[in-house]
Design a protein around this ligand. Structure first.
Ligand code: UD1
Length: 422
């Protein structure tokens, strides 16, 4: 298995191009199941999670053509062969559950494996199931699979979500586009990836209002057609690279970055003494003094501080002047990076959903182990600041969500390389 080796202390200068959003693409790709006409996605990220979604869609009979080195994906569901999402693929990636809503909507049936446990928490599917049942679906759990059917098709309904789940909002939104009548999603998630999905579905002919707010109204239509849609910028990759110069000095411009995608995060950076400026190409970031200041962070659904940037922020706060408290409110077990950061000299106490970080002046390189996607990249960031060499092992998590991290950081001056393992 590959490792990433980082030698700390090199200031970063230059530009990093931010890719299309993994989480947006993982919802946009299954939208192809809603139409027999092709869906073309441009600005697609080149990631292993995208390959997993491709394999899942192909197992259902979807034709997927990759062009421009993976940046353009053409998906066509004109000759579907199956409505079953197999455990062998679903277990690799929870977002596989996003085929449930579209399959039910167009084919009136779906069998989708439950994703099973995941390193950062239990992540059940109850909100998806309750919402689709409100639209007339009958769903049973047998042999680890959700067996869903909607004889005669889904019906528009009032669908209140008990929590603003991103995946459940996406599943219901896609399902509602072909349901009979009007669906009102209440307490909908407001993430930019939901807005992006709504824009794409509208290009396909869907009638949607209110995306980006807590109430989304969808008027069902008989069919959806062909569309071409550019995937929105990845706000999590953006936030990650915005932090890079804070660790080791210098100034980095993140191309394609937009303030509206990372407003809550940028506000915390400002409070920590980091300058974020909008340019005509993206966002430029530079630390104001020698060291960031401590800040408290609470993760929340959008527009709050994203849980997917919590690990990276924790790594930065390890080096801050003062004591910070991070509260994780989205996932119950998302501090597994803390003990690894401690191995690099950080001082962190974790109590349930709270982590208290006492800033230290320096971190020291060490061999560390990545336990999930965002944890992996937080260790790479810490390695940029650490004295000596940091070896981040088990980087397959990283490749799920960051394309060519070593090339992107290497191009702005980091000393970083990938070492192939067995
Ligand atoms: C999406 C993102 C993920 C991000 C998360 C929260 C994708 C592919 N992934 O995941 O990167 O960290 O949003 O911003 O877009 N929950 C339930 N029952 C459900 C569904 C969710 O209890 O039926 C709980 C989960 O266990 C979790 C919380 O709700 O604690 C948030 O989950 P959700 O918003 O659904 O996240 P995902 O869509 O899985």
């Amino acid at each position: 298995m590959d490792s990433i080796v980082v030698t700390g202390g090199k200031a970063l200068h230059g530009q990093i191009a931010i890719a299309g959003a993994k989480n947006a693409a993982l919802a946009l790709m299954p939208a192809t199941l809603l139409s027999e006409d092709p869906l073309t996605l441009t600005n697609a990220p080149r990631l292993s999670d995208i390959k997993t979604m491709t394999a899942l869609l192909q197992s259902l009979g979807v034709e997927v053509t990759s062009m421009q080195n993976g940046k353009v994906q053409v998906l066509s569901s004109h000759a579907m062969t199956s409505t079953t999402a197999d455990y062998e693929i679903v277990r690799k990636m929870r977002a596989s559950n996003l085929v449930l809503g579209p399959l039910l909507a167009r084919h009136h049936q779906a069998v989708v494996s439950l994703p099973g446990g995941c390193a950062i928490g239990a992540r059940p599917m109850d909100i998806h199931v309750t919402a689709l049942e409100a639209m007339g679906a009958q769903i049973d759990l047998r042999d680890g699979y959700l067996h869903a059917k909607a004889p005669g098709g889904l019906k528009g309904a009032k669908v209140p979500l008990r929590f603003a789940s991103v995946g459940a909002t996406e599943n219901v939104l896609m399902a509602a586009t072909l349901a009979k009548g009007t669906t009102v999603i209440e307490n909908a998630a407001r993430e930019p990836e939901i807005v992006d999905l709504a824009h794409c579905l509208r290009r396909m002919g869907a009638q949607i209002e209110g995306e980006g707010t807590s109430t989304i109204i969808v008027q069902g239509v008989d069919r959806l057609g062909a569309a071409t849609h550019p995937v929105v910028t990845d706000r999590i990759e953006l936030g990650t690279y915005m932090l890079a110069p804070v660790f080791c000095g210098g100034e980095v411009e993140c191309l394609g970055g937009r303030m509206d995608l990372v407003a809550a995060f940028a506000e915390k950076l400002d409070a920590a003494g980091v300058d974020v400026t909008e340019t005509d190409k993206g966002l430029k970031v530079k630390l104001r003094g020698d060291r960031p200041r401590a800040v408290d962070v609470v993760t929340e659904p959008f527009p709050g501080f994203p849980t997917d940037l919590q690990a990276q922020m924790m790594a930065m706060l390890c080096l801050a002047d003062g004591t910070s408290v991070l509260e994780e409110k989205i996932f119950e077990n998302r501090f597994m990076h803390a003990p690894e950061l401690v191995r690099m000299g950080a001082r962190i106490d974790v109590h349930g959903g709270h982590a208290t970080v006492h800033g230290v002046e320096t971190l020291k390189g060490a061999p560390v182990m990545a336990t999930d996607l965002r944890a992996s990249v937080s260790l790479i960031l810490a390695g940029l600041a650490a004295e000596g060499e940091t070896v981040v092992n088990r980087v397959y998590h990283l490749d799920r969500g960051y394309e060519h991290v070593e090339d992107k950081l290497g191009a702005v001056g980091a000393q970083i390389e990938r070492v192939s393992g067995t």
